[in-house]
Write a new protein. Structure first.
Length: 450
């Protein structure tokens, strides 16, 4: 408003036609230049938000008017899974939008939180709740307008590792509510989910540009999987420095560790940290250079006593996997640099998940502009029912025999950028059993302590 009023008061505003508009534009630029840097950034943020809202409305209208898409061809079905069984094979492939506003996201569940003091945190009660939600009566319709479903009971029951793993298995994205001793889990059955399939990931212009930049740059990175408290501490510091709080509390993290330690439960927690090699200038990797590159990294070692700049993670995240589905929970990054290390971590992780046989990547909350980076990765907005149907196809059984089920990422696994970039931009990827699977060539190298 200040810009408009000052520009309107200028002589340029009194001139008609194209020349008048040009003069008015210059007057606006001059007025903008007088604002503080913080005010300028706020103006830009509001402009981006307005643009994204318009785009979301256009895409929503387009999606509502679009007819059902024809069945996927065999080749299209295979490309989605990229080494796994794929998504949508033999069924109709719906078209999902890639953007939704914050207002539309929460507007889909106007009732918000549901809490019954008699709803104890047990698997039997969870199954009862899910059966009601699947109904068609008035109660089911009203309950489906909630997104938070809070159970009641003693702290030990609310934080039970197996119960919370079962919530994740059923599609709940659990955060925390309250502070200090009153902090407790707040499970959300989201109205919409951000789903990243490998065809959309590969088609993303943002992803392609990042992969190209990594291949040209020559600096080596590696992703390392663990479930250590040290990784959580890095996340804790980042979130509290930036937002003043961290919903993924220590109690929450330790609860996930306990659930993952139970071999009979289909749940694994993953801390995935990005390390950057110092002074690496090697050009585009080849299949023959990968093994030597990996071995040189591990001969140096990855102990905490190594040089800080070389062995301290530069970005990372905490997530979990249920069967062949990986879900991101929360992430962190170091100081902002031209390398955009947070983006590097996400793009390399997408490549790694794809190579390791995960069917899709659940990115959780999906509204823009707050979650715009997920749209840049290529996510699509899946309504609750569509997401739960997709999850059900690829999660496997909740209870399983020790050692059974999909063998995904595990503590100590290493994904080196030299490997993860193979196959990008048209280069042939490594075959099954080769180093291109994302494993280090030495049998015990990936198990060395960080």
């Amino acid at each position: 408003k200040l810009l408009n009023s000052s520009a309107a008061a200028s002589p340029a505003a009194q001139t008609g036609g194209a020349s008048g508009r040009a003069l008015l534009g210059r007057a606006m630029e001059q007025a903008f230049a007088t604002l503080s840097s913080d005010t300028q950034e706020e103006v830009r943020r509001k402009q981006r938000e307005k643009k994204l809202t318009k785009l979301a409305l256009r895409q929503a209208a387009k999606a509502a008017a679009a007819p059902a898409a024809p069945p996927l061809s065999a080749s299209a079905s295979a490309s989605v899974g990229a080494g796994a069984e794929g998504i949508g094979a033999g069924s109709l492939q719906k078209e999902f939008p890639d953007i939704i506003t914050l207002e539309a996201y929460f507007g889909a569940c106007p009732y918000g939180r549901f809490r019954d003091p008699n709803l104890a945190p047990t698997e039997a009660n969870l199954e009862l709740l899910l059966s009601i939600l699947k109904g068609k009566d008035k109660q089911a319709l009203q309950l489906n307008q909630c997104n938070y479903f809070q159970f009641s009971g003693p702290k030990a029951a609310l934080w039970d590792p197996v119960f919370n793993a079962r919530l994740a298995y059923e599609g709940f994205f659990t955060i925390t509510s309250g502070r200090g001793a009153s902090n407790e889990p707040l499970p959300e059955l989201q109205p919409f989910y951000g789903v990243l399939t490998w065809d959309n990931f590969a088609a993303s212009k943002h992803v392609r540009q990042t992969l190209s930049r990594l291949r040209r740059g020559g600096r080596e990175y590696r992703l390392v999987v663990s479930s250590s408290l040290g990784s959580w501490e890095l996340l804790e510091k980042y979130q509290k420095d930036k937002h003043g709080t961290n919903w993924l509390t220590k109690q929450y993290f330790e609860m996930m560790q306990k659930a993952a330690a139970d071999p009979s439960v289909n749940f694994q927690v993953h801390c995935i940290d990005l390390f950057a090699a110092e002074g690496s200038t090697e050009p585009q990797p080849t299949r023959h250079s990968v093994r030597a590159s990996l071995m040189s990294w591990w001969r140096v070692g990855a102990s905490r006593s190594a040089s800080e700049g070389e062995r301290r993670p530069v970005a990372g995240e905490i997530g979990f996997s249920i069967g062949k589905v990986y879900t991101s929970l929360s992430g962190w990054t170091g100081e902002r640099t031209a390398e955009a290390l947070g983006t590097v971590q996400l793009v390399l992780l997408g490549r790694w998940l794809q190579q390791r046989g995960y069917v899709f990547w659940s990115l959780g909350h999906c509204y823009s502009p707050g979650m715009e980076y997920k749209r840049q990765l290529g996510h699509r907005i899946y309504p609750r029912a569509d997401f739960l149907e997709l999850l059900d196809k690829h999660r496997g059984a909740f209870r399983r025999a020790a050692g059974a089920g999909f063998a995904g990422l595990a503590d100590g696994d290493v994904g080196a950028s030299a490997v993860l970039l193979l196959g990008a931009e048209g280069e042939a990827g490594a075959g099954p059993g080769d180093v291109g699977e994302g494993e280090v060539p030495a049998k015990d190298a990936a198990r060395e302590p960080l």
